[in-house]
Design a protein around this ligand. Structure first.
Ligand code: ZN
Ligand code: ZN
Length: 707
């Protein structure tokens, strides 16, 4: 494509240089020129008192005079003007100025080429490069860098080969480009070929290896660099510390910390942030706090590093405190800070805190940012309000595959299977490529919504039409879809004929379906397979033992209990909890340790009476002790989730929604009882068990009794 350049009559000024008259035609350009030349004139004032006088008098008519008196715009100042427009993303204006220039030097060409690349216009950059009379090594390198930025590795390589002269910057651009495009092997090969290496080459190699998951190798290169006598700079230390953090290489990281201290790099924000992350990853969060406290000026990067570190060490409250400090003080949070803060809200399962963080994001105009949005969807989903997650999803203008996956998985957890299917059709109609997480989310949606046919179709679609490699978790999901629906034979066939060797997770999915459909024969077979693969799998023992108990095979139950005891396998205790006014209240089955225990049990007895009036008959199959029926009912009635619900009922405002979390799957009897309780007290009760959310309202559950 040939760009047409407007030809303007040129004005000539006293210094005999030409400039286009169009520069004086447009008011805007005129004003800018005036401003720029005023500045130039003020620089020249030492030489030209007359020009200075004109400017001081602020006489607009004097502008032309000033222009005439000062030296007219030379290539350097126009290049600066072009660079200014490019910085503001005004590519069109910059090109117009560039086209109108009577003469250009290589700096000007290179500025324009780089500007086009920065503005995302590779085609124009290439055109300019082709038109450039004598591209310099900088121009060639800029193009190499540009091709890499657009992922065109082969073209970058071709350009690099064609370069008449290659300086170290060009070699470094290649090295950096390979690393950025995940071509680490090529980067390593090139690194060994570089005629001489400077600190940038070493740093690119260390950072590149680390960012591509090869942190151990990055540390080897770092040690080589040290031995070669090259002195690391702040960027090198940042990269090396990041590699130590990823490789959990504590002793080396501590040594680097010593070097940072001695060499005075502790003033660099990035180095400090890497130190904080390093200690946090190595589970020495106290040291992270210490580094943080020693930093004189804390910027957003440093604060976010500690916020994230607290999150990964389970200290969510401390993390959120840092976040509030950031808002109060000048280090305003960025995307990453919001992502970490929202993760901490998920860790605390605190909807109130999540909403506060959301409000701050909106205030800072980050509410519609895709990364923050993705974390908001996950937070609302985990805190039990799928409608708010959907609200955030709809408001996001830019959506990536993480966004789609977050909402699909949310729909799965909340039993909105049909929504998930609708979303999937949008995904495949759009430009987004589904990935393995999408498939897991979709299959578990089918699973939680009892959509057998849809599950089968999806599984076939993904295995035949996409390049996604099916993993164990996908097979486990599919086994769950089939097994829960009662298609146990088909599920067993799938397990036996899958191309991968079935692991304990796949067999456990089958075993839990056997428990649901009381198929003891298949359950025993599945358990044998699981215990072969994982002899200490407590879940397998518990599932089989529960199955025996519901079939009244008490001798088998005690046999299993003895084996478990002999092998030192401990059954995970069921517990439920509610968070009220930021405080978590945890309950075990039959627990009487809570300070309000008396009121809780009184409430439960009152509910028991109401349930009887409604004709509820306890399902004794879910009581797992070999005791008389009456006692069984008693133990059933004090299951942990019921204690938590009763406590929430007496501690919250009438009419408000109650959210209870549970570590295991809710039992069938509790499920029917909580449905009725929701009706009796006329409130919505949300229970999140180990597999999904149940929204109980007016006597029904969102899962449609299929979970
Ligand atoms: Zn229960
Ligand atoms: Zn339910």
């Amino acid at each position: 494509m040939i760009r047409f350049r407007a030809v303007f009559p040129y004005l000539r000024c006293s210094c005999t240089r030409a400039f286009p008259s169009s520069w004086l035609c447009s008011c805007e350009t005129f004003a800018q020129l005036h401003h720029r030349f005023s500045k130039r004139a003020s620089h020249a004032a030492r030489d030209s008192p007359a020009a200075s006088a004109h400017l001081k008098n602020g006489n607009p008519d004097g502008t032309r005079e000033v222009l005439d008196m000062s030296r007219c715009p030379d290539v350097r100042s126009v290049t600066k003007m072009i660079a200014g427009r490019l910085r503001n993303g005004r590519l069109g204006d910059a090109l117009k100025l560039f086209d109108e220039m009577p003469a250009r030097d290589s700096v000007c060409w290179n500025t324009m080429i780089k500007g086009c690349l920065d503005c995302g216009d590779l085609v124009t950059a290439e055109e300019l490069f082709d038109e450039m009379p004598e591209p310099s090594v900088v121009s060639w390198t800029t193009m190499v860098d540009g091709f890499f930025r657009f992922g065109q590795v082969e073209r970058a390589e071709k350009f690099f080969k064609q370069m008449p002269i290659r300086d170290l910057t060009a070699w470094n651009a290649m090295l950096h480009g390979y690393c950025e495009n995940a071509r680490v092997d090529d980067a390593v090969r090139l690194f060994e070929q570089i005629p001489s290496r400077n600190v940038i080459s070493w740093t690119s190699m260390i950072g590149g290896l680390d960012q591509n998951g090869r942190c151990e190798e990055a540390l080897v290169v770092f040690e080589r660099m040290f031995k070669s006598g090259m002195v690391p700079n702040a960027s090198t230390l940042t990269c090396a510390l990041s590699a130590c953090a990823n490789a959990l290489s504590f002793p080396l990281g501590v040594q680097i910390h010593g070097h940072v201290f001695k060499s005075g790099f502790c003033l660099s924000g990035f180095v400090c942030a890497s130190l904080i992350t390093f200690y946090a990853n190595c589970k020495r969060i106290e040291k992270s706090t210490q580094v943080f406290n020693e930093v004189a000026s804390r910027n957003v990067v440093i604060c976010t590093a500690l916020l994230t570190g607290y999150g990964s060490n389970g200290r969510h409250e401390d993390g959120l405190k840092i976040f509030s400090d950031m808002i109060r003080k000048s280090a305003l949070p960025n995307q990453s800070s919001f992502v970490s803060a929202l993760n901490s809200c998920c860790g605390l399962e605190s909807l109130d805190r999540g909403k506060e963080v959301h409000a701050s994001a909106v205030k800072l105009k980050l509410g519609c940012d895709v990364f923050v949005g993705n974390s908001l969807i996950v937070m609302y989903n985990k805190c039990g309000v799928i409608d708010d997650a959907v609200g955030v999803f709809k408001r996001l203008r830019e959506k990536n595959i993480v966004t789609w996956n977050a909402i699909v998985c949310g729909c799965a957890h909340h039993g909105r299977g049909m929504w998930a299917m609708e979303l999937f059709s949008k995904i495949i109609r759009g430009l987004v490529q589904p990935d393995e997480i999408t498939l897991t989310g979709l299959l578990s949606s089918c699973n939680h919504s009892g959509m057998l046919q849809k599950g089968r179709c999806l599984f076939r679609y993904f295995s035949e039409n996409t390049s996604i490699e099916l993993k164990h978790e996908h097979y486990a999901c599919m086994v769950d879809v089939l097994g829960r629906y009662g298609k146990l034979e088909e599920a067993e066939d799938l397990v036996r004929n899958m191309p991968l060797k079935a692991n304990s997770i796949v067999w456990l999915a089958l075993l839990s379906s056997c428990r649901m459909h009381s198929n003891i024969d298949l359950a025993e077979r599945a358990t044998n397979y699981i215990l072969d693969l994982e002899p200490h799998c407590s879940a397998a023992y518990v599932l089989l033992s529960n199955l025996y108990a519901s079939a009244n095979r008490w001798s088998d139950v005690s046999r299993l209990r003895v084996t478990m005891r002999d092998r030192g396998i401990v059954k995970q205790l069921g517990s439920s909890w509610v968070t009220i006014k930021g405080q978590k209240h945890l309950f075990l089955s039959g627990d009487k340790s809570h300070p309000l225990s008396e009121n809780i049990y009184w409430k439960l007895d009152w509910l028991k009476m109401k349930l009887k009036e409604l004709g509820h008959v306890p399902d004794r199959r879910f009581s797992l002790h070999d005791v008389e029926d009456e006692q069984k009912e008693e133990s059933l009635f004090y299951h942990s989730e019921r204690l938590a619900v009763a406590f929430a009922l007496i501690s919250t405002v009438e009419g408000s929604t109650i959210t209870v979390m549970k570590n295991l799957r809710i039992c069938g009897d509790c499920h029917s009882v909580i449905k009725l309780i929701a009706k009796i007290v006329d409130r919505e009760i949300v229970v999140r068990d180990s597999s999904r959310f149940h929204h109980f309202k007016s006597g029904i559950c969102s899962c449609g009794d299929y979970w």
